[in-house]
Design a protein. Structure first.
Length: 629
């Protein structure tokens, strides 16, 4: 059976891992790197993913998409401010959803994330020598229902079978506790590129039980980067009366420089930021340069409010788990942004102990996801491991007066199922609209609406007489399913979800087909480029042989040179048929030339003729020849 893999679909970088010999191992990508930038670029008909996309971002800012995870499953009114910070165009889509405009086409965040997933899986399939389809994908613990569903849909668009959606801190705990046999209470502090999670777990005897989780899905390393961007832009504007954030290319360079500066300040007390030719004076068209020195102290000053925001989720998780800090045995740091010295100090101050840094913060989540994939596939090397997770936010329905009636409270163990009976508020009411909510506020309007479910066809009866049974069912992925029926008459009615931000089934199917078509087109383009490159390489080799074998017959050299010239013209023409013909012709002429050159060399007693093969390949020795005794 093909192996299942674990994927950490990150805001900034993504990682894929698999169980090998009873241990989770990261699979390097085609470029040989252990992490893949979650960046997708669109250049004409071509899609670039990963490091190659990231490298060209400054020259193609409007069509290079990054940090898309912050938009997945979200409503436009939730991310409006974040959208305005991007060099590319993020706008409102159907039903208040989010769309990204690229080259006149509107893309859903799920489509973009699917490109990253496809890159990870294709590279891993090549490394493992088998086609991968089954995956476990991680999400922030504080992701709500629509964000989890959207992440699952991204996997489906990529042509994958998503076995499970697992919380990132829980996955990290799996990686940390895989070989530990004692009982521990662990706090996972996960500050990634776009989100922040705190999860408290009890580990022991192969059981990983989540006690509580809290977080902030609007806080991550990208926010720290943005503070540096704003500081640089503001300082530059003071000196030059020009806002770099209005120039897409300049903004992209600022974003890249800010991330680099943040990383350097984790090990140094100050860093120099140098961006020559950042823009041109709008009046004189003379080049303008940016030179600044950023100290760690200044960085902590401009991010002080962000640093304060990491405290509350820690305190909330401890309160929900009914624990004080002294009961925490280990603190595990996950996510690249936990390398920020000020973040480490805050964690140590809150918990009273030095964080455990035995796990790689960039890889722990993917490693744990691979463990979960192994558990699902019945990997015998893992023994008996039980994972008990919780739902991060309270789920309920809106009732009369605009209040929320909780159905399943936060930190309830999942899977979970709960049924409650509701009734009508008016006489002869023919139907009800059930507004499903997620959040912790008492008023419905202050929480997130996951959808409005209509139950129609209720028989005429007095107010309060109807019995409407509403069932909330959360699966192991933390994804909610809701059903309703009217009990008094025994009549059941279908439910329709309206105004959700996730894609409907037909959209997903269409995007799957588009993705398959794009994958086929990408393969054709790649093969075409390879043919062109192969012919050009052969042309260079042929010219090299002419130079190395000066004594070869003139007519042989002329024929080979003519074939090489034709190859050069074929490469420029980009005509597949012409390239194939030129390739065949050049191979024939090169073979003839080498045969002639070899014969001439032997006739002249010249043993230095280059036969186009490495010396170590020529391992045939005359049997009549042996060393002197």
């Amino acid at each position: 059976m093909p192996k299942a893999v674990g994927i950490d679909l990150g805001t900034t970088n993504s990682v894929i891992s698999v169980m090998e010999g009873g241990r989770p191992e990261v699979i390097v990508n085609a470029e040989g790197a252990r992490t893949t930038p979650s960046v997708v670029a669109y250049k004409g008909d071509e899609r670039l993913v990963g490091q190659i996309a990231r490298r060209q971002a400054a020259l193609n800012p409007a069509a290079t998409l990054f940090e898309v995870k912050r938009f997945i499953g979200r409503r436009w009114d939730e991310i409006r401010e974040e959208a305005g910070r991007s060099p590319f165009t993020v706008k409102e889509g159907p039903g208040g959803s989010v769309r990204i405009e690229v080259n006149g086409q509107d893309l859903a965040p799920e489509q973009v994330s699917a490109e990253v997933l496809r890159k990870l899986v294709n590279d891993a399939s090549a490394k493992l020598g088998e086609k991968i389809r089954d995956v476990v994908i991680t999400v922030p613990a504080y992701f709500d229902n629509s964000q989890r569903e959207a992440t699952k849909q991204a996997g489906e668009i990529a042509g994958l079978n998503v076995l499970r959606v697992i919380n990132e801190p829980t996955a990290a705990a799996l990686a940390y506790g895989l070989e530990r046999k004692g009982n521990e209470t662990v706090l996972v502090f996960d500050l990634g590129g776009g989100t922040f999670d705190v999860t408290i777990l009890e580990l022991g005897d192969g059981v990983f039980e989540v006690k509580s989780t809290s977080g902030d899905t609007h806080l991550g390393g990208a926010d720290f980067d943005q503070r540096i961007v704003d500081w640089l832009a503001t300082e530059f504007q003071k000196d030059n009366n020009f806002d770099l954030r209005k120039d897409k290319q300049a903004l992209q360079r600022l974003i890249e420089a800010a991330e680099k500066a943040k990383i350097e300040l984790s090990n140094a007390t100050e860093t120099s930021i140098s961006l020559p030719f950042i823009t041109f004076d709008p009046e004189t068209r003379t080049p303008m340069h940016l030179e600044r020195t950023l100290s760690r102290a200044k960085f902590e000053e401009i991010t002080a409010d962000l640093l304060r925001r990491v405290r509350k989720p820690v305190e909330q998780a401890l309160a929900d788990a009914k624990l004080d800090a002294g009961k925490i045995d280990e603190v595990i740091l996950v996510g690249g942004s936990t390398r920020i010295p000020a973040v480490k100090r805050i964690v140590q101050d809150l918990i009273g102990k030095t964080p455990n840094e035995s796990v790689n913060p960039d890889e722990a989540v993917a490693l744990g996801a691979a463990v979960q994939a192994g558990i699902i596939q019945g990997d015998s090397s893992l023994g008996d491991i039980v994972l008990v997770d919780v739902t991060p936010l309270t789920l309920g329905v809106e009732v009369k007066g605009g209040m929320i009636a909780p159905m399943i409270t936060r930190n309830t163990t999942v899977p979970a199922k709960k049924t409650e009976i509701y009734t009508t508020a008016e006489n002869n009411q023919p139907g009800v609209e059930i507004n499903v909510l997620q959040g912790e506020r008492p008023m419905a309007a202050d929480n997130k609406s996951l959808g409005r479910f209509k139950l129609e066809g209720i028989p005429p009866m007095r107010a309060g007489q109807a019995q409407i049974e509403v069932t909330f069912d959360i699966d192991a992925n933390g994804i909610l399913h809701v059903t309703a029926k009217e009990k008094t008459s025994g009549k059941e009615s279908s439910i329709r979800i309206e105004n959700t931000t996730t894609l409907d089934k037909s959209d997903v199917e269409r995007m799957v087909q588009e993705a398959e078509q794009n994958a086929a087109a990408d393969k054709q383009r790649r093969e075409k480029v390879e043919k062109r490159n192969n012919l050009d390489s052969l042309r260079v080799q042929a010219l090299g042989q002419i130079e190395e074998n000066e004594g070869a017959a003139a007519d042989a050299k002329d024929k080979l040179k003519a074939a090489a010239d034709e190859a050069e013209e074929a490469v420029r023409s980009d005509d597949d048929a012409r390239i194939e013909a030129a390739q065949k012709k050049l191979e024939e002429e090169l073979r003839s030339f080498m045969t002639a050159a070899q014969g001439q060399g032997q006739a002249q007693g010249d043993d230095t003729v280059n036969l186009g093969k490495d010396k170590q390949d020529d391992d045939v020795i005359d049997a009549d020849f042996k060393p002197a005794e």
